[in-house]
Design a protein around this ligand. Sequence first.
Ligand SMILES: Nc1ncnc2c1ncn2[C@@H]1O[C@H](COP(=O)(O)OP(=O)(O)OP(=O)(O)O)[C@@H](O)[C@H]1O
Ligand SMILES: [Mg+2]
Length: 448
Amino acid sequence: MTAQPTDDVAVALRGVRFSYGNGATWALDGVDLTVRAGERVCIVGPNGSGKSTLSRIVAGLAAPDAGTVTVLGERVFDGDAGPDPDAYRRARRGIGAVFQNPEDQLVTTVVEDDVAFGPENLGIAHDDIGRRIAEALQAVDMTESRAADPTVMSGGQQQRIAIAGTMAMHPAMVVFDEPTAMLDGAARAEVMAVLDSLQARGVTIVHITHHADETLRADRVIRMESGRIVSEGRPRRDDAARAASADQPHPPADGGDEPQPDSEPIIAVEHVFFTYPGQTSPVIDDLSLNIARGETVALMGHNGAGKTTLARLLCALERPDDGSITVAGVPVALARGNRSDTVRERRSGAAGTGHVRKPRMASRTQRRALRQHVGYVMQHPERQLFADTVAQDVAYGPRNQGLPEAAVREHVEWALQLLRIGHLADRSPFALSGGQQRLAAIAGVLAC
Ligand SMILES: Nc1ncnc2c1ncn2[C@@H]1O[C@H](COP(=O)(O)OP(=O)(O)OP(=O)(O)O)[C@@H](O)[C@H]1O
Ligand SMILES: [Mg+2]
C-alpha cells in the first residue's frame, strides 16, 4: 500500500536567497517552496540552476542569506533573527541526505558498522541499533552482506548501503542529490526501488535528478533555472519515455552528415589481458578491438565491467599482462610472443609468476607522442581541476605542450565556447556546481 502525502508541512521556504559570493550573484534568488509530509518531490533543471544549493538548505546543511526556512516543524532560519543553531540540530535528527558518489559516503569497511554510524551518532541505545541495522539492511535487500566489506562492492550496492545508513536513523525526510548519477541501469533500478519503498512508508522525499524517467513516481516535479523555481507539475510520461530511449544505444541513422570513418584503425587492441593485483580473474580477458580514425564509439557495460580499465590501458596508464595495443601509430604495448598456453595462465591468475613476460611498453618519447593524440577525460574529471580560475585551468594543457601564448588563448576560448561555459572563465573552478566543474575539466582536455 502506498502512503499518501498528508496536509502536514515538512518543508516551507519563503523568499529564500543564497549567495556563494557575498551577494555578487545569487545561487538561489527568491525561492518559495512547500513540501508536504510524505510527499515525493523531484527537482530538475540545468547545471548551475541551484538544485544542489536548494537541497542543502532543505536538508539543514546550509543556511540561506535571506528568507525563512522551516523544516520538520523547526523554524531553523528567520531572515530577521538569522539561523537558530538549536533548531537546526533538532531538525537534522529527522533528515537523511544521500549524494552522488557512493564511495564518498562510506565510513567503515564493514557494512553493519557503516549502517550503525548514523544511529550511534544520534545516541540510540545499543540494542535498538542492532534492530535498526537489521531492518534497514532488509529494506535495501542487503541482509546477506551484513559482515561484508562495502568498499569493494559495486556502486549500486554501495549506494543501497548509504541509504540503509540513512534509514537506520528513522528519518522523516530524505534528500537525495543525484543518487544514481554514477550507476549503470541495473544499479539505478535497485536504488529507485528503494526510493519507492521509502515513499510507501510515508517518508518525505526530495530528489534531484537529471533523468526524466526517475521522476515518474514523484507527486510533483519542480524545475529550476538560474536560482528560481520556474515551473512545477505532475511528472510527464512522454518526457520519461524520451529520456529512457535516449539511454539506449541506437544504430546510426542512414545518410547523416557525420564524417565517414576511415577503414584504417587508429586504435588496435589485440588479445589483451589485464588482472588487478590481488585479484584472481582478469578484468580484461582476451580483448581484441579496432577503432577506425574518425569513428565515435560508446563503450557501455555494467559497473565493474572494465570500461575505465580499458580506457587507462589505451592511454598507457596501465600495463596489460599480455597482448598488444597500438594508438595512432604508437606501440602503447607490444606482446613479446608468449606461448599460446599463456591464455590459460592468464585466466588462472598466473600473471606475474614469471611464466609469461609482460608486453613491452612505449618509451618515454613514444608516450609523449601519444599525449599529442589522446585526450583523456576521467570518470571524475572535476578532480583534475587545480588552478585559480577556469581559464587558467583550461590553459594548462596547451601551455604545457609549448604552444605560443596567442594560440593558447585561442584554444582556451574555443574550448570554453564549445562547452558553453565562457561566462565561467574568471571563476574559481572550486566554486562551481558539480556539472559546471565537469564541463570545465573537459574543456581543459579538449583545449590541448
Ligand atoms: N562552492 C561554490 N562556490 C561558489 N559558487 C558555487 C559553489 N557551488 C555552486 N556555486 C554556484 O551556484 C550556482 C548553483 O549551483 P548548484 O550547485 O546549486 O547547481 P546545480 O543545479 O546543482 O547544478 P548541477 O546540475 O551541475 O549539479 C551556480 O552558479 C554555481 O556556479
Ligand atoms: Mg548539483
